[in-house]
Design a protein around this ligand. Structure first.
Ligand SMILES: Nc1ncnc2c1ncn2[C@@H]1O[C@H](COP(=O)(O)OP(=O)(O)OP(=O)(O)O)[C@@H](O)[C@H]1O
Ligand SMILES: [Mg+2]
Length: 367
């Protein structure tokens, strides 16, 4: 069945204004106790695109995907997938969506081939066809050599590929990828990016979450940036980066006390303020052109400000965040945002662990 046919089939069940869109959400909300993990998110994903949901730990990325995949109930707002209302037609949605979790949900004790076979059988596919599908997918994901090894011997990248393969058994037109490359080495990340591009070339639509601006940059046609359960920006990766300049001059001053002087110099040379890092003596300067870095450095030397380290880099997610929200992303798994502090962030990480435990049952539920 093609994407449009599926869309139409869904349209018959629940005609919605978004029938020509892969995903449409309006005011999506998920509350855990007092905490609004997803706090009114509007998304539009067009068929055939890669849409990225970019945000730091605890932003609400997984929760959003899980609601769209019918693995969590929607507390308020509305979501449609190919025009089908998610809350009203969970069974139809499960046929339209393939989900790959943040943590691989394959069975450790089985081989790759057995895992794929089992997932196919669980979906009611007859045994001979299940065997054929397993062989095809192992080939497509470059796992032929490892096909008959137990998953316990797989690397992280191989597991991710197998998990993605398992979510494609039913050839769903829409695929959700939750942080598909977190924890992978650069080469394996690149392979995963190619695989994802291949899915889209084959006609799939991909909604992925990521913590990495470079991943969104490489893969996504459009990106929504979320923070504390709210969408803070949306656009193409280029538009997001433009918010912070094309490159960033990162300076560490020899004398942290000279930060105000340095900031004044930057303002004079570029007409804009540098971003002061919480780290003492460090400041980041957004540059429209990388060669403006030289002007800033010369002016700093003339002003007698000495620098202990300097680099020019592409803007990071942290800088995009700072520019968009006025606060940092929280610096990874153990850090805390200014508002939430370390406690909530570590809570967020624990809850992600909870998802790991439930991922297997979630998949079965979704099959
Ligand atoms: N089952 C749950 N019960 C209670 N709170 C939860 C649950 N799942 C998520 N949360 C909370 O909701 C918020 C959003 O979590 P979510 O897992 O969606 O974040 P995320 O953006 O996917 O983060 P990460 O990058 O760490 O995966 C966090 O504060 C988290 O603690
Ligand atoms: Mg997550």
């Amino acid at each position: 069945m093609s994407i449009t046919e599926l869309g139409r089939a869904g349209g018959d069940l629940s005609p919605g204004a978004g029938a020509d869109l892969a995903v449409r959400t309006e005011g999506l909300v998920k509350t855990f106790g007092e905490h609004r993990a997803v706090d009114g998110i509007d998304l539009v994903v067009r068929p055939g695109e890669i849409f990225g949901v970019l945000g730091p730990n605890g932003a609400g990325k997984t929760t959003t995907l899980r609601m769209l995949a019918t693995l969590l109930t929607i507390d308020a707002g509305r979501a449609e997938i190919f025009g089908v209302d998610v809350a009203a037609n969970p069974h139809v949605i499960r046929q339209l969506v393939g989900v790959t979790g943040q943590y691989a949900s394959v069975d450790e004790n089985l081989t790759a081939r057995e895992n794929l076979w089992l997932f196919s059988r669980l979906q009611g596919i007859a045994a001979p066809r299940a065997r054929r599908i397993a062989t095809e997918l192992l080939g497509q994901f470059g796992l032929e050599k490892a096909a008959d090894k137990p998953i316990a011997q797989f690397s992280g990248g191989m597991r991710r590929r197998l998990d993605l393969a398992a979510s494609l058994i039913t050839r769903p037109p829409l695929i959700f990828l939750d942080e598909p490359t977190t924890g992978l080495d650069p080469r394996t990340r690149g392979q995963m990016w190619d695989t994802i591009r291949g899915l889209v070339a084959d006609g799939c639509t991909v909604l992925l979450t990521t913590q990495y601006l470079d991943e969104a940059d490489q893969l996504a046609d459009r990106v929504a940036v979320i923070d504390h359960g709210r969408k803070v920006a949306e656009g193409t990766p280029d538009e997001l980066k433009t918010a912070v300049g094309n490159s960033t001059l990162q300076l560490l001053l020899a004398e942290p006390d000279e930060v105000p002087t340095a900031a004044q110099v930057v303002r004079r040379v570029l007409g804009s303020d540098p971003v002061l890092s919480p780290e003492r003596g460090r400041l980041n300067v957004a540059l429209d052109q990388a060669d403006l870095a030289a002007d800033v450095l010369i002016a700093l030397r003339t002003a007698g400000v000495s620098i202990s380290s300097v680099s020019v880099a592409k803007p990071s997610l942290d800088e995009v965040f700072l520019a968009l929200t006025g606060h940092e992303t929280g610096g990874g798994e153990t850090g805390g945002t200014e508002e939430s502090g370390g406690t909530e962030e570590s809570g967020g990480y624990r809850e992600s662990g909870g998802y790991r435990e439930s991922a297997g049952s979630g998949r079965e539920e979704n099959r």
